[in-house]
Design a protein around this ligand. Structure first.
Ligand SMILES: O=P(O)(O)OC[C@H]1O[C@H](O)[C@H](O)[C@@H](O)[C@@H]1O
Length: 535
C-alpha cells in the first residue's frame, strides 16, 4: 500500500468538492429520469438497496467510486480479513469476520483461528441447548428458567437487540423453557426491576465483559451474587448460577467463575463487533443454537458479498459512499436509521455504538489531525413511531437528515390479518421516502389548497407553512424477511459500511480511546473519596 494521504488531498475528493460547489439538481429533478432510477439498485446476501433517492448524479457516483479506489478501501479490507494488526493503537488484529467463517476452506486469517473459533462456538451452542432444555440446575436442583445478562456496550447491545429482533421466531418453540433478560445500567432500579419477579433458585446470570474490569458490570455482578445468597443459595453453590463470557478468563476465574461456565473470546474481537462470539450466548439461549448459527451464516454471506462484489454493486461500499457524500460534501451532521419492522426497535441503538464509537474520531492513522468531518450523529428508531414524533424536523426543520429506511418484503407474524398491517407499514415507508425526496413547492401547495376550496387570503397565509423543501436523501434497504440469516447479513452490512468509511477518512475504527478519560476520572474521584474517608 502507498503512504497515507489525508482524504481531502485525494484527487477524487477534490473533484467531489468541485461537484458539490456546482449547481446541484434537486431530487425532484433527478427522480424524473426513469433510466437513472432503474440503475440505482444493488443487492447481495438477501438484501437489496434502492438508492435513487440519494442526491447523486452519474458524475458524483463516478467520483465516489474513484475515491474508494484511491483510498484503497478493498486492499484495506483484505488486510483486515488476513488478520493484519489494523487496530494499530492497540496493536491488534480485527477479526470478527473469522467468528462467522470458521467453516470456510482456506480462511485468510488461518486455520488455527478457525479451529479456536469452531471449538468455542461448539461449547456455546451445546451449553445454550442444555439451558434451553432445562438441564441447567440451580442450588436446589430445580431447572434454571431465567437467565439475566449483565453487561454493557458491546456486551449488551448486540445480544439484546438481536434477542428482541429474533426471539418472536422461537416463541412457540417447545424446547425453550427459558426467558432471557438484559440489565446494562448500574442504576439499582434497573437490576431491581429485572429481578423483582424472579426466583433465585431458578435464575442464572451471564456476566459478559470483554475486559472483566468494567465497573458497572462488576458492580451488577457483585449485587447478583448477594441477591442469590440472600435468596438461599449457599456460597459454595454460587458457581451453579454464574456464567462468565470474557476475553480475560484469568480475572473471572479469580472471582470464582468455574471453567465449565466460562466462555472465551479473543482480543481481536472488538466489543461492539462481538455478538458473533460467545457474547452471543444469551441470544443463543433465547433463539436456539441453530438459529444463532444461521445468523452467523447470514453475516458470512455479507462478508463474501463485500469481498467479491464489484464496487458499483457492493452494498457496504455504496452505503459508505452515500454517507461520505452526505456528510462531507452536502454538510449533513446527523443520520437517521428508520426501520419499518417493530422487531428492529433496538437496531438504531445498536448501530449508534457500532458507528459512533468506531468512527467518532479526530486523528488520522498517521497521527495527524483530521481536517474533514467524520461520523455523523447517528440516531433513529422505528419509522412509523418517528413519523408521529420527530419526522416534522426532518421534513421542515433546518437540519439535513439523510435517512436509511429499512423494510421487510415479507412479514410472517401469525396474526391472520398481518398482511393488512404490513401493507400499511410499507405504504407509509414508501410515502415518507418520496415526500422527503420531492417535497412540495409553494406553488404546488397553493394549487392544492385552492383546489380544496380555501379562500385566497388563507391560501396565501398558509402556503409557506404547508410547503416542504424536500431534497432529503435516503436509501431504502429491503430485507426479504426477518430471519436469523437476514439479521446477520443486515448487521454485517453496517459493520462493513463503518469499515469503508474509516478507510476513506483514514481513521482507526477499532479503538475507542475517547471513552477512557471519563473512566479514569471516575476512578480518580473514587480514590480521592476513599482517601478522604480514611483521613
Ligand atoms: O465488555 P466490556 O469490557 O465490559 O466493555 C463494555 C464496553 O465498555 C467500554 O467502555 C467500551 O466503550 C465499549 O466498547 C465496550 O463494549
Amino acid at each position: 500500500m502507498t503512504p497515507f494521504v489525508p482524504p481531502h488531498k485525494r484527487q477524487a475528493w477534490q473533484a467531489l468538492q468541485a461537484l458539490a460547489q456546482g449547481p446541484q439538481p434537486h431530487l425532484r429533478e433527478l427522480l424524473k429520469s426513469a433510466e437513472r432510477n432503474a440503475a440505482l439498485h444493488a443487492s447481495g446476501a438477501g438484501i437489496s438497496i434502492d438508492y435513487e433517492r440519494q442526491r447523486v448524479t452519474r458524475e458524483v457516483m463516478q467520483q465516489l467510486l474513484a475515491l474508494a479506489d484511491e483510498s484503497q478501501v478493498m486492499p484495506q479490507a483484505q488486510a483486515m480479513f488476513k488478520g493484519e494488526p489494523i487496530n494499530a493503537t492497540e496493536q491488534r488484529a480485527v477479526l470478527h469476520v473469522a467468528l462467522r467463517g470458521s467453516h470456510v476452506p482456506n480462511p485468510p486469517w488461518g486455520h488455527e483461528i478457525s479451529k479456536q473459533v469452531a471449538n468455542e462456538l461448539h461449547r456455546v451452542c451445546t451449553f445454550a441447548e442444555k439451558v434451553r432444555e432445562g438441564h441447567m440446575k440451580g442450588f436446589g436442583g430445580e431447572s434454571i428458567t431465567d437467565v439475566v445478562n449483565l453487561g454493557i456496550g458491546g456486551s449488551d447491545l448486540g445480544p439484546r437487540m438481536t434477542t428482541e429482533a429474533l426471539s418472536h421466531l422461537t416463541r412457540d418453540s417447545f424446547k425453550n423453557k427459558v426467558r432471557v433478560h438484559y440489565v446494562s445500567n448500574v442504576d439499582a432500579w434497573s437490576l431491581y426491576t429485572a429481578l423483582a419477579y424472579l426466583n433465585p433458585a431458578r435464575t442464572a446470570f451471564v456476566v459478559q465483559s470483554k475486559t472483566f474490569t468494567t465497573q458497572e458490570t462488576m458492580t451488577l455482578a457483585a449485587s447478583a451474587k448477594r441477591w442469590l445468597t440472600d435468596g438461599g443459595c449457599p456460597a459454595d453453590q454460587l458457581g451453579k448460577h454464574l456464567i462468565a463470557v470474557t476475553a480475560n478468563p484469568h480475572i473471572s476465574a479469580a472471582q470464582g467463575f468455574t471453567p465449565e461456565h466460562t466462555f472465551g473470546f479473543w482480543d481481536w474481537v472488538g466489543g461492539r463487533y462481538s455478538v458473533w462470539s460467545a457474547i452471543g450466548l444469551p441470544l443463543a439461549i433465547s433463539i436456539g443454537a441453530f438459529a444463532f448459527q444461521d445468523m452467523l451464516l447470514g453475516a458470512r454471506a455479507m462478508d463474501e458479498h463485500f469481498l467479491t462484489a464489484p464496487s458499483d454493486q457492493n452494498l457496504p461500499l455504496l452505503m459508505a459512499l452515500f454517507g461520505i457524500w452526505n456528510r462531507n460534501f452536502l454538510g449533513a451532521t446527523t443520520h437517521n436509521i428508520a426501520p419499518y419492522a417493530s422487531p428492529l426497535g433496538k437496531f438504531a441503538s445498536f448501530l449508534q455504538q457500532m458507528d459512533m464509537e468506531s468512527n467518532g474520531k479526530g486523528t488520522h492513522v498517521d497521527g495527524s489531525p483530521v481536517e474533514v468531518a467524520t461520523a455523523p450523529v447517528l440516531w433513529g428508531g422505528l419509522g412509523i413511531d418517528g413519523q408521529h414524533a420527530y419526522f416534522q424536523l426532518i421534513h421542515q426543520g433546518k437540519h439535513l437528515v439523510p435517512m436509511d429506511f429499512i423494510g421487510l418484503r415479507t412479514e410472517r407474524s401469525p396474526l391472520p390479518f398481518a398482511a393488512e398491517h404490513h401493507r400499511v407499514v410499507l405504504l407509509n415507508m414508501q410515502a415518507q421516502a418520496q415526500a422527503l425526496a420531492i417535497g412540495r413547492t409553494p406553488e404546488e401547495t397553493m394549487k392544492e389548497l385552492r383546489d380544496s376550496g380555501m379562500d385566497e387570503a388563507e391560501v396565501q397565509r398558509l402556503a409557506p407553512h404547508r410547503s416542504y423543501p424536500g431534497n432529503v436523501p435516503s436509501t431504502t434497504i429491503w430485507v426479504d424477511a426477518l430471519t436469523p440469516r437476514s439479521m446477520g447479513a443486515l448487521m454485517a452490512l453496517y459493520e462493513h459500511k463503518v469499515f469503508c468509511q474509516a478507510a476513506i477518512w483514514g481513521i482507526h475504527a477499532y479503538d475507542q480511546w475517547g471513552v477512557e478519560l471519563g473512566k479514569k476520572m471516575a476512578k480518580d474521584i473514587e480514590a480521592a473519596e476513599a482517601a478522604r474517608l480514611k483521613a
